[in-house]
Write a protein that binds this ligand. Sequence first.
Ligand SMILES: C[S@@+](CC[C@H](N)C(=O)[O-])C[C@H]1O[C@@H](n2cnc3c(N)ncnc32)[C@H](O)[C@@H]1O
Length: 454
Amino acid sequence: MNVQNRTIFEGDNLHILRGLDSESVDLIYLDPPFNSNRNYAAPIGSKAAGAAFTDTWTLSDIDKAWHGEIAEREPVLYQAIHTAELTHGKSMKSYLIMMAVRMLEMKRVLKNTGSVYLHCDPTASHYLKVLMDSVFGKNNFKNEIVWNSATGVKNNVRTRFGRGHDIILFYGMPKSQFNMQYTPLSEAYLKSHYVYKDENGRRFRADNLNAPGGSGHHYEFLGVTKNWRMTEAQARQWLKEGRIVHQSITPGSRVKIPGYKRYADESKGRPALDNWTDIGALNSQAKEYVGYPTQKPTALLERIIKASSNEGDIVLDPFCGCATTCVAAERHNRHWIGIDISPKAIQLVNLRLEREVGFLGEIIQRKDIPRRSEKLPNYRTHKHTVYGKQEGYCNGCKGHFPFRNMTIDHLVPRSKGGTDHAENLQLLCGACNSTKGNGTQAELIARLKNTGIL
Ligand SMILES: C[S@@+](CC[C@H](N)C(=O)[O-])C[C@H]1O[C@@H](n2cnc3c(N)ncnc32)[C@H](O)[C@@H]1O
């Protein structure tokens, strides 16, 4: 990876993503604007005061070149965006184009053992899922996580149910890792499943020790002869340790069969499902609340980071806001990179890491675009961007030409040390390109003037 651990970038994430090495990141969490048609601002007086972003999209917000780029590189993706435009309108199209170009870069920087979590809400989650299927692969889809984000919110609308959840789309590459997370046992579950108490008042349940379907070990144990799941030596050991309960397996039943005492206080909890109701949304009284609009709870990020990364892995958040992902990653010894267009993110990451994790070391703050350490992609991939920049006009004769009739020209020819970076490229019509040959741009313009074309 060409960027160091604990780096926070201020700038448009598209440019910064394009500067990150390919296949270098283990986990990406992104919480972009949701196309909610709202403007967000932090409350005056809060630590985040001054932070604001708009979440309304029009075609003029997006770079013209992205259109062509998606249409050329990912025709299926472009088709999905076009369908969204037909059903939802131009604003959705603009939003999805903004997201799609970034998704393509995220896919490029993600390792083939990596995972990505896209946080959104029902405004656009259905369209975003189609895009994610197309970019990250439908077979790599793992979960649509429903996070109950509505703690304390009242339903003031009388024409529908209150909206109380966000959606997190989780994709894991074919070799991605997953560490199961557990949710605490609820009081209702304890009451219905851990029905016994021992002499110290510890709740336990009696686990069935039958061997499944004819397997196991056949012997007599506490007056019951059958196929047991454990060996006889193991059964005697558990009895000595007080782990065997000679009680009815189902409460109230007269038949008494030995069972294994499983204590509630030894349980890790229940393997987490995809509906997360145990992590509440932040309220203004929470210790970690800094007032940043749309700040997410650290516990949410901790679950994601623990599930889909290990210590030392690289976690990237390209819309990091007040740096919640960076705080959670630091707490769990992951390396992290944050990007946000708002300067507030840089200010808050320092404050939060010190206050919430006790981290006093150096955080790298950057505004420049990193340079990839790998070989640059073929310069022809820039053709759409340059076409968008020139709006379809030849940079020589100034005539307007369709995309396919334009040719790429190196402003400073490669033979003279010119590079393949986009800044050194322009589009010329075929006639102007052959007129320019190996000469300079000034020479081309002079020739065109001499021949009366300009
Ligand atoms: C929903 S908020 C993220 C909140 C964050 N998860 C947290 O807990 O604080 C979206 C963030 O995306 C940022 N943003 C919007 N467009 C961006 C872009 N093109 N590049 C980088 N950041 C962008 C906004 O400044 C905002 O902070």
